[in-house]
Design a protein around this ligand. Structure first.
Ligand code: KE4
Length: 436
């Protein structure tokens, strides 16, 4: 076993543990986002010192092959030279203007060009802002209040959508957050994913009251769940038939599973799309876009208000533009598919050798190993996974220098910087870390 003692196994107090103790005195839970706290796997988080390529180094000098990639943005790998150089140059001309700048136009044109549903787009600063704004726009355009979401889908910490939410809400067993008034969440209808009958029953009874349906078209916050054949198509038909808007939350899948996200892969075109992560290159960026007739209802032209001090920030635009252009120049989507396929073949071979019938899902460079032998088509299936086996697997892998998401309800990310030796090393570690 390589010398990769980590925060989860090192006996002496490490610098990470000292930092975590200090952090807990002044930051709630010691973290600025709950999923980072290792609550679902036990132990304490390590603190990052730096990251480059597919690796992160903690403050105690240990390094890990990283499958989180700052939760998706680092699709080229960490600190790609082209991106850091472009940021360095752009910063000399100013960090923020609060005035329209040319980079915003370039970014908007690129998104309109890449994403099938997007005729106009508005930049924001997080995925949460993107989904929150898309919901408000849908309600403003339809004059209706009810919104449909799906169990396990996570759309950021928007009040009305923190109902049966995934990701950190699920990790911490609080899919319905305190602090959200019943009057907010009562306009939110929650259905199980992949259940056409439930969809048809709902629209038959309430179709005329539904402003929008929002979903992750490939839910990736309850592990990675894939739509059954025809499901997205049927959802598109029902929303269109009842005058409800279809919103794809592609914050995770956009610019990752394909140039145009899931909507390009499936040909199912939503009315609005929420985006984020990859388009910021690691800087705080979100976006929402869609049909021009809808987007034109936004202030200053229309009655739906939405705003942001740092929206379209020039450095964030430069980082995102550089990353996306590099991704295209390197034929990233084809390369990531090949990396993902290589990794998947290795995982399936490993599971066979260990006689583990675990369910493994992958779409391009997104993957998830569910510690359950049953098929996974919705949140309930995902929750049948053995969380204790996952916890042991997580720490054994971490101790051997591989960092997977510290929760069974997250998805793994392969980047352009994960080369075959990194993937093969990961498979070796998984062979030692999986339960016997
Ligand atoms: P942010 O507000 O965290 O930028 O984006 C919210 C969001 C919206 N939609 C989808 C599909 C998302 O996956 C997310 C955020 N993803 C999580 C990871 N599963 C962020 C990690 C965290 O909360 O720290």
């Amino acid at each position: 076993m390589p010398d990769h003692a980590t925060a989860s196994s090192a006996p002496a107090p490490t610098l990470s543990s000292k930092l975590f103790a200090a952090a807990r005195e002044v930051i709630p839970g010691g973290v600025n986002s709950p999923v980072r706290a290792f609550r679902n796997v036990g132990g304490e988080p390590f603190f990052a010192r730096r990251a480059k390529g597919c690796r992160v180094w903690d403050v105690d000098g240990r390094d890990y092959i990283d499958y989180i990639g700052t939760w998706g943005p680092a699709i080229l790998g960490h600190a790609p030279t082209a991106l850091t150089n472009a940021l360095h140059e752009a910063a000399k001309d100013g960090v923020s203007f609060g005035i329209p700048n040319p980079y915003e136009v370039e970014m908007a044109r690129l998104i309109v060009d890449w994403v099938p549903s997007v005729e106009k787009v508005r930049m924001v600063n997080s995925g949460t802002e993107a989904t929150m704004s898309a919901i408000r726009l849908a309600r403003g355009c339809t004059g209706r209040d009810k919104v449909v979401k799906f169990e396990g889908c996570y759309h950021g910490h928007v009040d009305g959508l923190l109902v049966a939410a995934g990701s950190g809400a699920l990790t911490h067993g609080r899919p319905d957050s305190a602090g959200v008034p019943a009057s907010y969440s009562q306009e939110t209808i929650v259905l199980p994913f992949n259940d056409v009958a439930a969809l048809e029953e709902l629209f038959a009874s309430l179709g005329g009251q539904i402003a929008a349906v929002i979903l992750e078209p490939h839910p990736a916050n309850a592990g990675l769940i894939l739509p059954l054949p025809g499901y997205l198509q049927r959802l598109r038909e029902l929303t269109r038939d009842h005058g409800s808007l279809l919103i794809f939350d592609e914050v995770m899948t956009g610019f990752r599973v394909a140039r145009g996200g899931v909507q390009e892969l499936t040909g199912v075109i939503p009315d609005l799309t929420a985006m984020g992560k990859v388009i910021g290159g690691g800087l705080p960026v979100g976006a929402f876009g869609g049909r021009a007739d809808l987007m034109d209802q936004l202030a200053p032209d229309g009655p739906v208000y939405q705003a942001g001090t740092l929206s379209g920030n020039p450095l964030a635009m430069v980082a995102g533009l550089t990353q996306l252009r590099e991704l295209e120049r390197q034929h990233g989507f084809e390369v990531l598919e090949a990396k993902g396929a290589h990794f998947e073949a290795g995982v399936r071979k490993l599971l066979d050798e260990l006689s583990l019938g675990y369910t493994f899902h992958r779409c391009g460079s997104l993957f998830c190993l569910f510690f359950t032998e049953q098929p996974v088509h919705n949140l309930q299936d995902a929750q049948s996974a053995d969380t204790e086996h996952f916890r042991q697997f997580f720490h054994r892998a971490l101790d051997r220098g591989v960092y997977f998401a510290p929760s069974p309800y997250e998805t793994g990310f392969i980047s352009m910087a994960h080369d075959q030796s990194d993937l093969d090393r990961t498979l070796e570690v998984m062979a030692e870390a999986l339960p016997r």
